[in-house]
Design a protein around this ligand. Structure first.
Ligand code: HEC
Length: 296
């Protein structure tokens, strides 16, 4: 074989391998996903954002929010809480098992755990400890559950209850993952900041709600206009340096409202098969009614 064809083949091989790795494999793994029923919330997940929120996403893109904000929560691993969910009938046996499971308990604490089930026996333990304890309680008549708790800096910062996975972005085209974190991650911002008025003030000028913020202001998403017959119901409650001149008021444009609808629609509040965690109903409560839900 002459030099030319060796060169051609190696370049072709390198290209083919990277195409396989970056295009084909992800397509095989993730390309055929569709919504599925998540039993913890009893409905299909994810839901389309719907109307205004969808429009708000375009404004998010146009304003360049993605240059400072990511939308991806990462996770470094799991730990478990072991909970005695049912004490069963053999109190003496179960009491001794609980004290074997967690040797640092006093006899009073052990009795309280058995007497008041469901109660936590051990917190923040690894998989091998889970296996040991579950084995202990086998055939004891008592029930022990291992509740999954995701770990990692993003989770500790409160940016989401679990890592994000491909399914979460099913309806996002393009996906706005972002790569720089000048500001906090926003993939679950709709469940930590639920107040529409807060978001509007923050967008008008971050210093109205967040002293010393380095986020830019977006005054062009608002209109300063004359108060006519009376103040508008959606006028911003601005104070001090930010208050508009006498007789004027600042109202959000439809773009600002759409952007806030989008921010409020950013919520990751349920486990999925690929990213499980201990889910309790009250975490999933729908406390902002501006979020659009897909009709069932
Ligand atoms: C130059 C970088 C930068 C840009 C561009 C930017 N932000 Fe921010 N953002 C920040 C910083 C820094 C913070 C944290 C301080 C604060 O709350 O103002 C923040 C905070 C936020 C918060 C509050 C998040 C929380 O958990 O407290 C929201 C919501 C937000 N930004 C939305 C937006 C939107 C929407 C846009 C585009 C219109 C945008 N940001 C553009 C830097 C930026």
């Amino acid at each position: 074989m002459n030099q030319g064809s060796i060169l051609f083949l190696s370049v072709f091989g390198a290209m083919a391998l990277s195409w396989g790795g970056f295009v084909m494999l992800p397509q095989v793994q993730l390309g055929s996903q569709s919504t599925r029923v998540v039993k913890e919330i009893g409905r299909h997940y994810p839901a389309e954002r719907g109307g205004l929120a969808e429009r708000g996403r375009d404004i998010y893109r146009a304003a360049g929010c993605v240059s400072c904000h990511t939308q991806q929560v990462r996770q470094s691993g799991y730990e478990f809480d072991l909970v005695l969910t049912k004490a069963g009938d053999f109190t003496e046996l179960v009491t001794s098992l609980v004290s074997q499971a967690n040797t640092s308990l006093t006899p009073q604490e052990t009795a309280a755990i058995v007497g008041n089930a469901p109660t936590t026996i051990l917190e923040g333990v690894g998989k091998s400890e889970v296996d040991r304890v579950l084995h202990l309680f086998k055939d004891s008549g008592a029930k022990v559950a291992a509740n999954i708790r995701p770990l990692g800096p993003d989770i500790e910062r409160g940016w989401g209850p679990r890592q994000t996975v491909g399914l979460d972005y099913l309806f996002d085209q393009p996906v706005l993952l972002g790569s720089q974190r000048i500001g906090p991650d926003l993939v679950d911002v709709g469940s930590r900041l639920t107040d529409r008025k807060w978001h509007l003030l923050h967008l008008y000028h971050p210093h109205t709600v967040q002293e010393g913020s380095i986020m830019p202001a977006y005054p062009y998403l608002f209109e300063t206009k004359k108060i006519l017959s009376g103040p508008s119901s959606d006028a911003l409650a601005l104070e001090g340096d930010f208050s508009p001149p006498e007789g004027m008021e600042v109202v959000p444009t439809p773009e600002a409202n759409a952007l806030v609808d989008y921010l409020l629609s950013l919520r990751i509040q349920n486990p999925v098969f690929e990213a499980p965690y201990m889910f309790t109903q009250d975490q999933g409560s729908d406390d902002n009614n501006s979020q659009m839900e897909q009709p069932e």
